[in-house]
Each structure stands twice: as structure tokens, then as C-alpha cells.
Design a protein around this ligand. Structure first.
Ligand code: GLA
Length: 401
């Protein structure tokens, strides 16, 4: 009897911990991450400068929140007690001081680690130290953990991420858990109750439609990533997002491609994590990244990921249902020359079968707003006509009048 009671007690204890923090990332997380521009070349002064710039450029006002240090923040070895420590040369004041700096600016602080024995860049990973590391993050006031998948031979992905989820829960500080497993073990099948987002592909790279091979893995251009995972949209929603990777806006593509990239990350309800050097960002880059009308589509409370409505003549049309029976629609020109579009609303049946939403164009009139030009266009009573530049986008919001 005693044994049975003990068993029931143990099961109920593990059930208490066996959940992620609820109420976090109810809309896709927004922030900045060091990796795409700086790789492991990060340090305290750089992160403080980026944080100051983040505020100065109005990105906090636009809704961005997290400053995340990716790989390379740690010392090469743990301390004598097995604790993770910040690299004393790069971060002489330590992680708690940096968290305080970021919190004092009204922002949140994120760190990176890895489920394997080492991170992808060879720093100490969390395997076997999950509870100890989670306690360190809580002590340092970390708000967001990106958790990678290098050096994980023979580990079961679901189990490894559940272990870290439970460790974070037990440490007691609400931390957004960002799973970075590249889609290898299809986290969209099992991670809804484990993390708040999960990467769906290998690493992004700053080009439009390329694949760069590195032997056993590839980096992917923006357009490749968008079309790789369009069939898993049903698993995205408040608190659990498909993560299409940190953005490359401002990192070398054309302004048109940057606009399309940003529009699509918003349509796909992906986390919006900037990856450029904010200290050197052009006006055009900041204009794109801080476009509040586009951000509002990403942050829509329904949290529905867009579907590809059509793909004819190299013009892709994507559709995202929004709250209040509104819709976002994005036309992307994949051609290498500008195109004129002429879209007659009455010819189409526009809806999202996944959740039974329909645009009732017979009985309603909808207004149309161009979200990049900040202009009201004609209503759905007339056909939509526009010229779209090379790899550029027309992104509209459609509201019932
Ligand atoms: C992996 C991740 C990247 C980045 C690097 C760091 O490749 O997918 O986003 O975190 O590791 O080493």
C-alpha cells in the first residue's frame, strides 16, 4: 500500500512539472538575436550598444521585446561546481548584470544553449546539466531560452526537450522556450506542450532563393524556407509557433526582397527576431522592420498561420485570416521583371477550409488597405490593380465595411 501511495505521489509530482509555462508567447515573440550578423563575436559593449540602438530606433515602440545572445556567450569550461559561466573576457560583468541593463530599458533578455554535450560552436552544452543550467538562467533573470540540437547523438528529441522544459518549470521563472531542432524530428508533431516555438528548417542565409550546402546540412534562402513547410500551418497558434528562423532583413538582399521576407514572416505568424546590425541599419531597413501595420498582421490575436492561396505565373498569393473577420493577403512577384496584377474579387472563392472562414464577397463589401504604402485602395467592388516590382510584395488588409 505504501508503495502504491508513493507511486501515486511521484506521478502527481511529475505531472505538476510536466508542462511548459503557460501564458507566454501568446503572439509570436519579437526581438533581436546576435547570430546572423555576429556569430560568436559578441561582447558586453556590443550588446549594450545594440540595446540602446533598439530603443533609439523605435523598435521597442514597434513591439520588439527580446534581446537574445546566441552561441558564444559562455566560457569554454564550466566552473568547478559545474555551473555555466559567461566568458570573462567578452562579458566581464556577467549575465545577471547584462540582464539588469536590458531590463532597465524595459526589454527582456534571452540566452542560447544546446541539448547536446556541446553547442554547435563547441561551448558547454546542457546535456546532463539541464536542471543546474535552468537554475542559473532563473538566477540571472533570463526570459527566453533558445535551445539547439548539435552534438545530440542517440538522444531522443522529444525527451531531450521535455527534460529542459521540466527543468525550466522547476526553476520557477517564466521563460519562453524556443526549440531549435531544425525540423529534423518534426517537432510540430510533439512540441505543442513542450516549447513556445520550434524551428522548422535548417539555418537561414541572407539570399532570396538559394541553398548553400555544408556537407551534411544546408543553409536556406528566404524563399526556400517559406515554401518548405507550408503544410504544417495547422499546428501554429497562441503559445506554440512554427519558427521560420531569425530574419535576414538588412543583411544584403534587395529592399524589395527584405519587404517580401518581412511580409511573409508576418503572414506565417513566425517569431519576428531581427538578425541585423542595428548600429548600421539603413533607414529603409528600419522602415521595413518597424512597419506597425505589417507587425499587426503577425501579432493578430487569432494566431492563424497563412495558407498559400495560389501560385500562377510566378505570382504567389498568400492568405491569413484575422480577428473581426478581417484578412491579410500578400501578392509576391517571383519573376525577374515587374508585373501588373488585375485581381477580380468576384471571380474567386476566398476562404480558409482549415477553420471554416470565408470571405463573403457576394453579400459584403470589404475595404482594402496597402500595408507597405500606408494607403487605402479601392474596395472589393472593383478589381485590384497594381504593379509589383521584382521579388517585391503587395500586402493588403481586407476589412468588412
Ligand atoms: C545552429 C542554429 C543557429 C545558431 C547556431 C549557433 O546552427 O540553428 O541558429 O544558433 O547553431 O552555433
Amino acid at each position: 500500500m505504501k508503495r502504491i501511495l508513493f507511486l501515486i505521489f511521484s506521478i502527481s509530482i511529475s505531472c505538476v512539472n510536466a508542462q511548459k509555462f503557460q501564458g507566454l508567447a501568446e503572439t509570436p515573440p519579437m526581438g533581436w538575436n546576435s547570430w546572423n550578423t555576429f556569430a560568436t563575436n559578441i561582447n558586453e559593449q556590443l550588446v549594450k550598444d545594440i540595446t540602446d540602438k533598439f530603443i533609439e530606433l523605435g523598435l521597442k515602440d514597434a513591439g520588439y521585446e527580446y534581446i537574445v545572445l546566441d552561441d558564444g556567450w559562455m566560457a569554454r569550461e564550466r566552473d568547478a561546481n559545474g555551473n555555466l559561466i559567461a566568458d570573462p573576457k567578452k562579458f566581464p560583468s556577467g549575465m545577471k548584470a547584462l540582464a539588469d541593463y536590458i531590463h532597465n530599458k524595459g526589454l527582456k533578455f534571452g540566452l542560447y544553449n544546446c541539448a547536446g554535450s556541446k553547442t554547435c560552436a563547441g561551448y558547454p552544452g546542457s546535456r546532463g546539466y539541464e536542471y543546474q543550467d535552468a537554475r542559473s538562467y532563473a538566477l540571472w533573470d533570463v526570459d527566453y531560452l533558445k535551445y539547439d540540437w548539435c552534438n545530440t547523438e542517440k538522444l531522443n528529441a522529444e525527451g531531450a526537450y521535455m527534460t529542459m522544459r521540466d527543468a525550466l518549470k522547476q526553476a520557477g521563472r517564466p521563460i519562453v522556450f524556443s526549440i531549435c531542432e531544425w525540423g529534423d524530428n518534426e517537432p510540430w508533431q510533439w512540441a505543442t506542450n513542450v516549447g513556445h516555438s520550434w524551428r522548422v528548417t535548417g539555418d537561414i542565409i541572407n539570399c532570396w532563393d538559394c541553398e548553400i550546402g555544408h556537407g551534411s546540412w544546408s543553409s536556406w534562402g528566404v524563399w526556400k524556407i517559406i515554401n518548405m513547410r507550408k503544410d504544417i500551418r495547422k499546428v501554429a497558434g497562441p503559445g506554440h509557433w512554427n519558427d521560420f528562423d531569425m530574419m535576414e532583413v538588412g543583411n544584403g538582399m534587395t529592399n524589395a526582397e527584405d519587404r517580401s521576407h518581412f511580409a511573409m514572416w508576418s503572414m506565417l505568424a513566425s517569431p519576428l527576431i531581427m538578425g541585423n546590425d542595428l548600429r548600421k541599419a539603413s533607414k529603409e531597413t528600419i522602415k521595413t522592420l518597424s512597419n506597425k501595420e505589417v507587425i499587426a498582421i503577425n501579432q493578430d490575436k487569432l494566431g492563424i498561420q497563412a495558407l498559400r492561396f495560389s501560385n500562377e505565373n510566378n505570382i504567389e498569393i498568400w492568405l491569413k485570416p484575422l480577428k473581426n473577420d478581417s484578412w491579410a493577403m500578400t501578392f509576391i512577384n517571383m519573376n525577374n521583371e515587374p508585373v501588373n496584377i488585375d485581381f477580380d474579387w468576384q471571380k474567386y472563392h476566398i476562404g480558409d477550409d482549415l477553420n471554416g472562414r470565408m470571405m463573403d464577397l457576394k453579400n459584403n463589401i470589404y475595404s482594402i488597405r496597402d500595408l507597405f504604402n500606408h494607403q487605402d485602395l479601392r474596395s472589393t467592388l472593383e478589381s485590384l490593380q497594381a504593379t509589383i516590382g521584382v521579388h517585391d510584395v503587395l500586402m493588403i488588409k481586407i476589412d468588412k465595411i
